[in-house]
Write a protein that binds this ligand. Structure first.
Ligand SMILES: [Zn+2]
Ligand SMILES: [Zn+2]
Length: 374
């Protein structure tokens, strides 16, 4: 079905906001319930909001947490999930009309811009942030209403081989490791180690290589390791075949042979598993840096004093500030970060089945839901 844009604008003034009729989305009505297709009410942007016609929305592990594991959404259910959104602005409130007709990536976390955290430059911890599919209806839909700020412009003409829908994963899966790598001040003198090289880690490996670092990829899946070797990793290690001690000594002797002068390994935990976290922590060396990128609800047992003994740093990041999105997107558009091998496209109408398949690990790549109008 096609969604009509009601152009009830005064005197054909294209600067005024429109209203969108006939939009639909897939709502989660309760934990463990199948997503339900529901018509959305007429979508009218507030003065500072825009309506985005969704071209693609990635399925994230966080969505699986909401749908199956009882992780609570901030907005009560029922709720349209999805926070990896790319699309075109088809209606804009009176204060944000400059976004109208722009193609944009919607950041997974949109800060308010005014609170003490935002003013201090810590925008990712803004308590008034808006996350689509968490604070309000998200992108498993034909259209979504989001704040008209912090959006990342996408050029009209994309390089060969890059589709608009695949860029949805830049909203979270690319930008979150990008921000972790930026905060780590990773550079050509460094060795970057990734524990877990699925979607997020796979993008992380490529970003780290683009920053000039030598990259070590650790996983328990051969296909993932092979893909990482083709896309930026100089050394791949199968953690299912090695104990912790051997892993550690292999990484350390590789670091020595590499000739890199950076002080301490820069380790990125991108598996979001307790085992990956334990491995990542065990690799910390003198002056080391551990970035916690993946999420696991499970506790791990570690000797925290290693941070003290090694004068090391551990740090996490909740998403990525909107102002960093253009630089992350540029890496993709320049061909330094390949998305295609890590994603697969599905129709939005298959949302319930796709979510279940991701939950059961029957879909291993990052799934992108595409409304049939695209
Ligand atoms: Zn996510
Ligand atoms: Zn704020």
């Amino acid at each position: 079905m096609s969604c009509a844009t009601n152009t009830t604008v005064n005197g054909g003034d294209k600067q005024s906001s429109g209203a969108i009729h006939g939009a639909y989305g897939f709502r989660l009505t309760g934990v463990g319930q199948r997503l339900e297709r529901q018509e959305l009410p007429t979508l009218e942007p507030g003065p500072d909001e825009v309506v985005v016609e969704v071209a693609g929305c990635g399925v994230c592990h966080t969505d699986i947490g909401y749908a199956f594991d009882g992780v609570p959404t901030r907005h009560p259910l029922p709720l349209v999930l999805g926070h990896e959104i790319v699309g075109r602005v088809v209606a804009a409130g009176e204060r944000v009309t400059h976004w109208l007709r722009q193609t944009v990536i919607v950041p997974a976390v949109i800060p308010c811009g005014e609170c003490p955290a935002c003013k201090a430059g810590r925008v990712t911890i803004c308590r008034k942030q808006f996350m689509p599919g968490n604070d309000g209806d998200g992108g498993f839909a034909t259209h979504v209403v989001v704040p008209g700020r912090g959006l990342c412009r996408v050029p009209d003409k994309l390089p060969d081989g890059i589709t608009l829908a695949t860029l949805s994963v830049v909203a979270d899966a690319v930008t979150t490791p990008y921000e972790a790598i930026r905060r780590a001040q990773l550079g050509p003198d460094d060795i970057a180690v990734f524990t877990g090289v699925g979607g997020i880690g796979g993008f992380g490996v490529q970003i780290a290589a683009a920053f000039g670092a030598v990259v070590v990829a650790i996983d328990i899946d051969h296909q993932r390791l092979d893909l990482a070797a083709q896309h930026g990793a100089s050394l791949t290690l199968d953690a299912s075949q090695m104990n912790e001690k051997d892993l550690k000594s292999t990484v350390r002797s590789f670091a020595k042979r590499s000739g890199k002068r950076g002080i301490g390994l820069k380790i990125f935990e991108t598996s979001g598993t307790a085992a990956g976290q334990t491995t990542a922590f065990s690799l910390i060396d003198h002056g080391g840096y551990l970035a916690v990128v993946g999420y696991s609800p499970r506790p791990v047992e570690i000797r925290l004093s290693n941070l003290m003994a090694f004068d090391a740093t551990a740090r996490g990041n909740w998403g990525c500030p909107p102002e960093q999105y253009p630089a992350a997107l540029a890496l993709v558009l320049e061909g330094k970060v390949a998305l295609r091998p890590y994603v697969e496209e599905h129709s939005l109408d298959e949302a319930p089945e796709v979510l279940e398949a991701v939950h059961k690990s029957a879909i291993r790549r990052r799934a992108i839901l595409i409304p049939s109008t695209h």
